[in-house]
Structure formats: C-alpha cells, structure tokens
Design a protein around this ligand. Structure first.
Ligand code: 5GP
Length: 205
C-alpha cells in the first residue's frame, strides 16, 4: 500500500490522510458518515465551496460556503492543500487544519474529487487513496435521480462527470465497490483500521 511522506518529522505517530473519492451517487457520503460513526477519532476535513448550500447543510459542518472572490483569494494566498472545479463549482481543502491534525498524530478523512486526490498525492503528505465505486453506472444514475437533490442539468452533468471519474479508479490504492452497503462499510473500516492508528485527545494513540 502506498503510504508516503512519513519521513521528515512533520507528522507524528503514523497519522495519515484517508482520501475518499468517487462519483456523485456512489454512496460515498453515506459510507463516510457511517465510517465516522465507527471511527470518531478521525478528523473530518471541512472543504470550502462556492456551491450554494443544499437544504439541511450547515455552514462549517458540511462545508464552508464562500463566494468566488473569497475562494480565489484563498487560492492566491496558498491556503488550500488542493482545489478543483467540480460539476461547475469550486471546492478546496483548507491546509492548516489538516497539517495541525497530522502533527498531533490524528488522521484526517477527506471527501474530495479525483483531481483533488491527485494533488494530495503530489503534496507529499502521508495519504491513502480509496475510490468508492458504484456497482454500475446504471445504479449510479438511479441513485442520483432518487436522491432528488439535483435539477436536470446538474444531474446530467454529474452523470457525464461520473464516467470520467470512473476512469481514474486505477490510480487509487483501493477500490471499494458500494453494492451492499454493510459489506462496503466493513471493507472500508478494515482498511482504515489497518492504516490509520486510533487517536485520543491528549495525544495518546
Ligand atoms: P457535492 O457538491 O455533492 O457535495 O460534492 C461534489 C463533489 O465535490 C464530490 O465528488 C466531492 O467529493 C467533491 N469535493 C468536496 N469537497 C472537495 C474539496 O475540497 N476538493 C475537491 N477537489 N473536491 C471536493
């Protein structure tokens, strides 16, 4: 398994970034929530985005919702560990919280797209890359329609982007096919337990 960047002393006690990527509708968010419930010691990286909030999304919990200008200022100031345009909106991972967690030995979970994953790969941080795949593109389309969060244009865009994203899965350390949710969660949990040491506040792993 590729876990890189452990040398150098900036990271302690084997903390890693766990990157979850995969197309919209693969069930990534649901799996991620279930994983966080089982591993509450993992920090979750709250991204900044220019996408408008969906009903129920909370500022600072799901995302930091920012305007395009503020986002571009943050890019220019080097505040993002990675950033990308996804489905027509800008998304970025604030760098300082991730680095602070890794320094304290706390692993970080990140839900980012495949372009962002590529940038984390070249950042030199210790990271493990997991691609969450749907059982098929047809299942993905059904799930996206059933979710009802997207208008027709956004749905079409997410589906065509999904075909590109599926092509990137070969570059990931692991692919978890999310057919049966319990089986996928068990697989993900086994994997995370193997690479990310448990962390307790106060610094004891
Ligand atoms: P959604 O709009 O459905 O919340 O997210 C759309 C896509 O953006 C998802 O694939 C999600 O993983 C990705 N995403 C969320 N935050 C970030 C981020 O900070 N950076 C990148 N590159 N992608 C992100």
């Amino acid at each position: 398994m590729a876990v890189t960047g452990l040398e150098g002393g900036a990271v302690s006690r084997g903390a890693v970034v766990v990157v979850l990527s995969g197309p919209s509708g693969a069930g990534k968010s649901t799996l991620e929530r279930a994983l966080r419930a089982r591993r509450p010691d993992l920090a979750f990286s709250v991204s900044a985005t220019t996408r408008p909030p969906r009903p129920g999304e909370v500022e600072g919990v799901h995302y930091r919702f920012v305007g395009v200008e503020a986002f571009e200022r943050a890019v220019a100031a080097g505040e993002f560990l990675e950033h990308a345009r996804v489905h027509g909106h800008l998304y970025g991972t604030p760098r300082p919280p991730v680095e602070a967690c890794l320094r304290s030995g706390r692993s970080v979970l990140m839900d980012i797209d495949v372009q962002g994953a590529e940038q984390v790969r070249t950042s030199g941080l210790p990271a493990v890359f997991v691609f969450i795949a749907p059982p098929s593109v047809e299942v993905l389309a059904d799930r996206l329609r059933g979710r009802g969060t997207e208008d027709v244009r956004s749905l079409e865009r997410r589906l065509s982007d999904a075909r590109c994203e599926m092509g990137a899965q070969g570059r990931f350390d692991h692919v978890v096919v999310n057919g049966d949710r319990e089986a996928a969660l068990a697989e993900l949990l086994r994997l995370v337990d193997r690479v990310a040491p448990r962390w307790a506040a106060g610094g004891k792993a």
